[in-house]
Design a protein around this ligand. Structure first.
Ligand code: 6R9
Length: 777
């Protein structure tokens, strides 16, 4: 049987509809996140509902603030929550509102093109000193070689910057991205043997840099801070590695990690890497169910967890959730034989939370009891280039989360090389990536990449707004952070807190600002550049994914001009293409599906235990290409602008959530007959979750039931996936063949029902009216 699956059939209706929809929407409505306006002067008309109406005249800031306040006081319903945000994304702060009726009706806003970005050329020149690519010519020369001679390009980098127990072959790279040609695979650095933890730690200690700070821990409460040198981290990693070996863990075994952002998390990851065990980090915000399903899927031999953690003012009892997760896993037939619990010694924690309650004492070990007694020397397990390094579960448009598999050498070389080039990172730089190690960003740009380069990494346990929205700026000032890497959602939330929280701190140590996770709107970009960077720091807007494991499209600092909202050009060896519905490549200025044409060292190797799903998800939609799930546009300068997901993945605060996952959590509630979940624009989170819920016959809707449904999602996935809006839906818009028309739901959730388009294929067109009627109820 041929492996080829026709493109048309696999492209879900919603996928193709979605991109068409995005294109038509753009002509008539405010542009989506991340897009910019190229015209000099434009105006838009917004409808203002009665409850939002008040006389407003002034700059957009005033208007937005007015809407924000309106929304907060209008607790009864969604009250057009996205309206203010749409305005703020579309217009710069200095835009003038030219007509405002002060009553229900039309509001007209006119604006001039955003002023050019202010760049402090002298400061940029100083940054350029440490940059590894100085200009476009240098980039072009390196890029051309990287795609024409990937074997030579990557082998040179590999031999120059890493330790190899056995060097890779001269011809070491091979791949197949075409389902018609046979199984999909990528293989890099064939013949090479190495160890990632050795490259991250031993190599620096042996070079005499053991005293350099490796981690600076910044606790949830200010003042609870300490640092660990490379030599200290190596010793602790060795002790944990020895403990793991003592309980029988070895090469190829899987270890689940469910921990907060304390130094012991990256230490445990590195300990696994040292002995060849495959780690699977589960973000500390996931529920017991989610933890259990991941432990069952990867058949983890060990769980390493923590007692509890304070995040902001909130205490999270991790060991309680972990214990529940272990119970659920056992019910599903997988008993995790060994559990190691790190006692979080934060004095702000209620001791009862760390007491482990009635958890059978012989069913777990306490880190502080069993790790210190281990030897601080441990043998390194030399790994073949393609031996697995880790699994990380991520959400897709269908079914349960996928265990994305990454392997040793390609991941190591790519994570470290992108760290170095994208952040102009030199050994000893104080680098702060605010991501949690539970996500890919915390893997590649906290636990691995910067350590291999030899930087000093801030490990931040808390949240950016605690105890005040000045926290990040205070830490940057105190620790003299050189590169700061965070997500647009954090930037927007800090921007909204007001400039007074940034003023008064010395941020002159900053050289480079980074962003990741979702498209950054030009307004937030400018604020980051001007208010935080004072025009002195290039912004590296890095597009990549769990599956790519490292930066794919990224403006290399000072090498070329940045455009707010664009991720610009591909990293070395990356060949991005835009394709149309038929899978044909689009040239020049164009918009389409973002695919990658050839393999790169840290490409996803498989979906753990499910090669078929791996191929169907990423390679079947457009044979010959890796399909990212994102849409993108290329401008006349060849810059790439990511327009967002074109599948059913919702990006909430930079976290990927599959609409199918939320739907299946909702329907698990006895009262829910059917659910359909879509994303909608959210002022801080980027996207929020809007759930249409049909109740079982005879069940009355109520606010209490809404709470129960939200609680169900929190239990099954985790609090970060809570729906923002539950919309009672007596029935859902379906085609005659019973397929839910999400396009219609998205329009209703964005108050754009006037642009519903063709609804003639709906089995019952009256559903739309009914849903509009129930909006906000
Ligand atoms: C690293 C990470 C991946 C999805 C990706 C895209 C979105 C990430 C972005 C971006 C626009 C950027 N995304 N970076 N969109 N600009 N700079 O976030 O991995 O959690 O797997 O999410 O995030 O939609 O497809 P992951």
């Amino acid at each position: 049987m041929s492996r080829c699956i026709p493109t048309k059939r696999l492209l879900s209706e919603s996928l193709s509809e979605r991109i068409q929809n995005q294109t038509t929407a753009r002509q008539t409505a405010p542009q989506p996140l991340g897009a910019t306006d190229r015209r000099r002067q434009f105006s838009d008309v917004y409808r203002i509902s009665k409850s939002d109406a008040r006389p407003v005249l002034g700059t957009l800031d005033t208007v937005r603030m007015t809407f924000v306040r309106t929304r907060i006081s209008a607790a009864a319903g969604p009250a057009r929550p996205f309206r203010g945000q749409t305005l703020s994304q579309r217009f710069s702060r200095s835009s003038r509102v030219i007509r405002s009726p002060g009553r229900a009706g039309n509001l007209t806003v006119t604006a001039s093109k955003s002023p050019p970005i202010h760049i402090d050329r002298q400061a940029y020149a100083a940054v350029a000193q440490s940059a590894f690519v100085k200009n476009m010519d240098e980039y072009r020369a390196m890029y051309d070689r990287s795609v024409k001679d990937p074997d030579g390009f990557w082998r040179d980098i590999a031999l120059e910057n890493f330790h190899w127990e056995t060097p890779p072959n001269e011809k070491h790279a091979s791949f197949n991205f075409d389902v018609r040609e046979g199984p999909i695979f990528s293989s890099w650095f064939e013949g090479g043997r190495t160890n990632v933890a050795y490259n991250a730690l031993d190599r620096h200690v042996q070079a005499g840099n053991g005293d350099r700070a490796c981690f600076i821990f910044e606790g949830n409460d200010p003042g609870r801070t300490y640092s660990l040198t490379y030599a200290q981290v190596l010793a602790e990693v060795s002790r944990v590695a020895n403990w793991l070996r003592s309980v029988g863990v070895g090469k190829g075994d899987t270890v689940a990690l469910y921990m907060p952002m304390v130094c012991e998390l990256p230490i445990a990851m590195l300990a696994c890497a040292r002995i060849g065990a495959i780690h699977s980090v589960v973000f500390g915000g996931f529920s017991a169910d989610a933890l259990a399903s991941r432990m069952v899927d990867c058949q983890s031999k060990v769980l390493i967890t923590s007692t509890a953690v304070m995040r902001g003012k909130k205490a999270i009892n991790l060991s309680h959730i972990a214990r529940e997760g272990l119970g659920i896993a056992a019910q599903q037939g997988h008993r995790v034989p060994n559990v190691l619990v790190h006692r979080n010694e934060d004095p702000a924690l209620d001791p009862a939370l760390g007491a482990l309650g009635d958890w059978e004492p012989d069913s777990y070990s306490i880190w502080q009891d069993v790790v210190p007694g281990q030897s601080d020397c441990s043998d390194v397990e030399w790994m073949d280039a393609e031996d697995p390094l880790f699994l990380l579960y991520t959400s897709g448009s269908t079914g349960k989360p996928k265990g994305v598999l990454h392997t040793t050498a390609g991941y190591m070389v790519y994570a470290a090389t992108t760290s170095k080039f994208s952040f102009a990172m030199q050994p000893g730089d104080v680098f702060w990536c605010t991501a949690d190690c539970g996500w890919i960003t915390g893997h590649s740009y906290l636990a691995y990449g910067p350590l291999i380069v030899g930087a000093t990494n801030v490990v931040f346990e808390g949240v950016p707004t605690y105890p005040t929205p000045s926290r990040c700026w205070e830490v940057i000032d105190q620790l003299k952070v050189k590169q700061f890497y965070t997500a647009p959602t954090a930037i927007r939330s800090l921007m909204r807190s007001g400039n007074e929280h940034v003023e008064g701190f010395d941020l002159s140590s900053l050289h480079i600002l980074g962003t990741v996770g979702e498209p950054i709107n030009p307004e937030a970009w400018k604020w980051y550049h001007e208010m935080v960077g004072k025009g002195r720091c290039p912004i590296v807007d890095t597009w990549w994914q769990t599956e790519t494991a490292g930066h794919m499209i990224v403006p290399l600092p000072t090498a070329w001009e940045e455009k707010p909202g664009s991720t610009s050009l591909p990293f070395f060896g990356v060949e991005p293409v835009l394709v149309n519905e038929k899978g044909e490549e689009l040239e020049g200025e164009a918009e389409g599906y973002l695919c990658i044409k050839s393999s790169w060292p840290s490409a996803i190797r498989s979906v753990y235990g499910d090669q078929d799903r791996f191929e169907t998800t990423y390679f079947a939609p457009f044979p010959g290409y890796y399909f990212s799930g994102d849409g993108a546009r290329r401008d006349q300068d060849g810059y790439i602008w990511i327009t967002g997901r074109v599948d059913d993945v919702i990006n909430v605060s930079g976290h990927r959530i599959g609409s199918a996952e939320v739907e299946s959590a909702l329907v698990a509630h006895d009262s829910c007959a059917e659910a359909a979940v879509v994303g909608y624009e959210h002022p801080v989170k980027g996207q929020g979750i809007w759930a249409f819920v049909t109740l079982v016959e005879g069940v009355e809707h109520s606010d209490d039931l809404k709470k129960e449904l939200v609680a169900e999602v929190r239990t099954q996935i985790g609090p970060f996936a809570s729906p923002d809006i539950i919309h009672w839906a007596p029935s859902l818009p379906k085609t005659r063949s019973g397929k839910i028309m999400r396009r219609v739901l998205r329009k209703i959730a964005s108050f754009e029902e006037e642009q519903l388009g063709d609804t003639s294929t709906l089995a019952d067109p009256s559903v739309v009216e009914m849903l509009i009627h129930f909006r906000g109820k």
